[in-house]
Design a protein around this ligand. Sequence first.
Ligand code: ZN
Length: 165
Amino acid sequence: MAVLPILKWPDPRLSTKCAPLEDPRCDALIRDLFDTMYAANGRGLAAPQVGILKRVFVMDVGWKEGTHTPMVMINPTIMAVERVPLTMEEGCLSLPGIMVPVERFAAVTVQWTAAEGDIHMADFDGFEARCIQHEFDHLNGIVTLDHLDSEARERAEAEYARENR
Ligand code: ZN
C-alpha cells in the first residue's frame, strides 16, 4: 500500500496529454491509485494526478455512502454520448478548496480496458457519467478550470489562490 502525493494545479503535468498504458499488468499502480484516492477522501483519481502520465484512472463514486463500486479504466474512449448538457459544481483533488461549475453530458458510452486486460463497453449516467468525464479530461491534460470562460476562470483562479495561500 502506498499513498502517493497528489499534484496540485498548476503543476504542468496536470496539463499534459497522457500516453496509452501499454502494459495492463499494472496492479501496483492501480492499488496505489485507490489507496491515494481513498486517503484523500475522493471519488475518482487519474494517474497524471500522481505524476504518472498514462491513460488510466480509478473511481468509486458511492463509497462514502457505503456502496463500494471500485472501477479501473485503462485507455478509455468515450464512444457516444447522450448530448444533454448538464452543469454541476465539481471539486478536484488537484484543485483543493474550490468548486467549479462544469458542463458535462448527462450520459456517456465508454469503452475501456479493465485491470485484468479485458475490453469492456458500458453506458453510464448520473454521477458516474460526470466522474468519468472529469477523469477522462485529466488524461488529456484538462482540468475543471479549462471549461470556464476567461472571466469565470479569473474569478476561480483568484479564489483558488486565496484558498491555497
Ligand atoms: Zn480532478
